[in-house]
Design a protein around this ligand. Structure first.
Ligand code: EPS
Length: 364
């Protein structure tokens, strides 16, 4: 059975949820390592005051017993602690009584760059909130929880996945990224940035060229583009490869089947080639500015300024964790496709047998 993932939940609703299917039974999961990734996603310079309201931790509703997966759907829940301020405004049924708390006023000022305008037009909403709640990057927490499970599965076959920020607002280095963030905060503006995810320990042969959708680079692009605010994805040297000749672009093969270089980012024809997998994602500046952009009031049709809500100045460090989770999930899907297994020992055994067949790593 292939790995499957469905997520649900609104930013200020009671909780956000992920349901994972197809996991082998017997996989050891530790609450502390899932919570550590949830925490990493919340940290980072430039995060919103919302993060002081939330302490994301995982709850498990099904599929796990005493730390081991049961081979049944695994349900992960992250509560929105801020929901207590929105119980009337986000009530799933007609709330009755006097309006109180947040979310009671209809939002009619769409933010350029957010889901607001396209969302209300597409779904026929009168209140922009009905679009922005699910479009919010809050729900990346569920993907991070799922990614932590994927990393646990990949660890059983020696694969590690790590994401880090490379640039914020065009600046690199810890100090540069901080300074850029401070300057944007001072101007009541926002920033984007670039993150990189590196996979180590991956054998050749994950992914396939058989169909477009089987190509692992295509799956990474899909998974990363699906993260809020991501506008570009590159594998290995990506766009830079378009500017060099073939003699400089390709990774020559030495005895032992190792490569002299890794311009391809560990992927050829959508299949891993045994080198580290390198994937980058570019994030646009966040669309909620404290100094709002020009927009239109959807109620009056008149020029107005976009909605101002609390916002992150930048969330690039958070994206590094979310991108890591997305890459880990897609890699786990392809590892499960390749090695199968209802029980974790089957999965690990199939991986070992495969390495033996291809004699990997090659030691001459
Ligand atoms: C987000 C807006 C802000 C962010 C949120 C993403 O939330 P709020 O509207 O509650 O101030 O803080 O991110 C998170 C809550 C999170 O946990 O990452 C948006 O519009 O996408």
């Amino acid at each position: 059975m292939p790995l499957g993932l469905v997520t649900a939940g609104e930013s200020h609703g009671p909780a956000i949820v992920a349901v994972l299917t197809g996991l082998p039974a017997g996989l050891l999961l530790e609450r502390a390592s899932i919570d550590a990734d949830l925490r990493r996603r919340q940290l980072g310079y430039g995060r919103s005051p919302r993060q002081q309201l939330e302490t994301d931790t995982v709850e498990v509703l099904s599929g796990l017993r005493q730390g081991r997966t049961l081979g049944t759907p695994l349900t992960l829940v992250v509560r929105n602690l801020d929901h207590k301020n929105w119980t009337w405004g986000m009530s799933p049924f007609e709330p009755g009584g006097e309006p109180q708390g947040k979310g009671v006023k209809v939002v009619t000022l769409p933010r350029p760059g957010h889901a607001d305008l396209a969302g209300v037009l597409k779904y026929g909403h009168d209140d922009v909130r009905n679009a922005l709640e699910r479009a919010s990057a809050r729900h990346t927490a569920t993907h991070v929880a799922a990614g932590a499970v994927a990393k646990a599965l990949l660890a059983t076959i020696g694969i590690t996945v790590a994401g880090r920020p490379l640039e914020v607002g065009g600046a690199s280095g810890d100090d540069g990224m901080r300074e850029a963030t401070d300057a944007a905060r001072k101007d009541r503006d926002t920033l984007g940035g670039i993150v990189e995810v590196v996979v180590e320990g991956c054998p050749p042969g994950l992914g396939s060229y058989a169909e477009k959708a089987d190509r692992l680079d295509a799956r990474f692009a899909f998974a990363l583009m699906g993260i809020q605010a991501v506008k570009g994805v590159e594998i290995g040297d990506g766009f830079a490869l378009a500017r060099v000749r073939g003699s400089e672009a390709h990774d020559e093969i030495d005895p032992g089947l190792v490569r002299r270089t890794n311009h391809a980012g560990g992927l050829e024809a959508g299949i891993t080639n045994g080198e580290p997998v390198i994937v980058r994602a570019a994030m646009k500046p966040l669309p909620t500015l404290m100094k709002p952009l020009d927009s239109v009031d959807l109620e009056t049709g008149e020029a107005a300024q976009a909605l101002v809500e609390r916002s992150d100045v930048q969330a690039v460090e958070a994206l590094a964790v979310v991108a890591e989770a997305a890459v880990a999930w897609e890699l786990a899907v392809s590892a499960k496709d390749k090695f199968g297994g209802d029980a974790i020992a089957d999965f690990v055994g199939a991986h070992a047998a495969y390495l033996e067949r291809i004699r990997w790593p090659r030691t001459l």
